[in-house]
Design a protein around this ligand. Sequence first.
Ligand code: LCS
Length: 396
Amino acid sequence: MSHDLRKYGTNTQAVHAGQYVDEATGAVAPPIVQTSTFAFASCRQGAERFAGEAEGYIYTRMGNPTIARLEEAVATLEGGAQGLATGSGMGALCTIVFSLMNGGEHMVGTSSVYGPSRVVMERDFSRFGLESSFVDTCDLDALRAAIRPNTTMVFVETPANPTVSLTDIAAAAEIAHEHGALLVVDNTFASPILQRPLELGADVVMHSLTKFINGHTDIVAGMVVPGTAELRARIKKVHAYLGACMDPHQAWLALRGMRTLGMRVRTAQENAGVIARFLEAHPKVEWVRYPGLPSHPQHELAERQMDGPGSLISFEVRGGIEAGTRLLDSVELMTLAVSLGGIETLIQHPSSMTHAAMAHEDRLAAGISDGLVRVSIGCEDAEDLIADFEQALKQV
Ligand code: LCS
């Protein structure tokens, strides 16, 4: 096993966590153990592994050495118990809900979350008797007021998709715990380089690894990081049977991407600061939301809770949806596509794309106006991105 990395900084952890020389071959890069099943030396050994009385792998849905490295790596960065890898970020959320909630219980969530995270609760889990309500969790009084006697989970996404509004994680943890509920934080937008919710009192963290942690726009993947071994045991049981598992090759790609997490996050964030200021000063731009700007409603919270404001910006062009559409159709260097957190800048229109499945009135109540444009700034040269914004805004 690797030496204890918990004493190191997150950049060191990103480079080394889950990385140890392969005992069989001496390989420095991790082997891809591309197998569905593992042979037992004897019938007795197989039975002992199934009974949990002996260490060792059984079947890749239940565990795999390449995937285990990634589970260790992300957990190290988040400061949690060994992670549980999933085939997607949605797989992570569904695994958490399936394992920690029961029919008749209630979840309070952030109103501005990734659209499908909300729709799966409201449309699909409701069919199994789970209740949910989504409120502006930036407003702690609104969160407190939404708690019901049967609330067992508070689900916070901060920074939120796509509004980049922030929720106070420590305060949300206090409110959840006062009522005996668990706090789950979707840390996808920040990545553990910028924010570690378990340190602030959250019980479980989830990620779409598709985004910053993999960072190269070439896989879809997710991760659950429970804060304690007890919570891990509860989630692990369901994880093994739910089927939202990861593939070893996917894990290997995510691990390789994660090695450069720190430098990618810093470069993209530096670019985002320059671009947010450029957009805020542009006469054709109505408003800009970026946690690094003093104009952001939770700018002070960003400074307190995060190690940096990240690289997601939302803004609206004067002229609303028509002007925004014109801008999106005019970009040249930036790519018009959903997803985020990759090395390349991606720009999209949430109300017709990532958040289209939400009801229009729910979108507006969550601060997702029809003209809102979301951009995930990448690692290109800032002046080239500005030139692209300049030429695209001229077309508006
Ligand atoms: N959580 C957040 C905050 C997300 O942004 C996403 C995906 C998910 C969970 C789900 O992860 P997935 O299953 O896709 O790995 N967000 C997307 C977005 O904004 N555009 O495309 C996907």
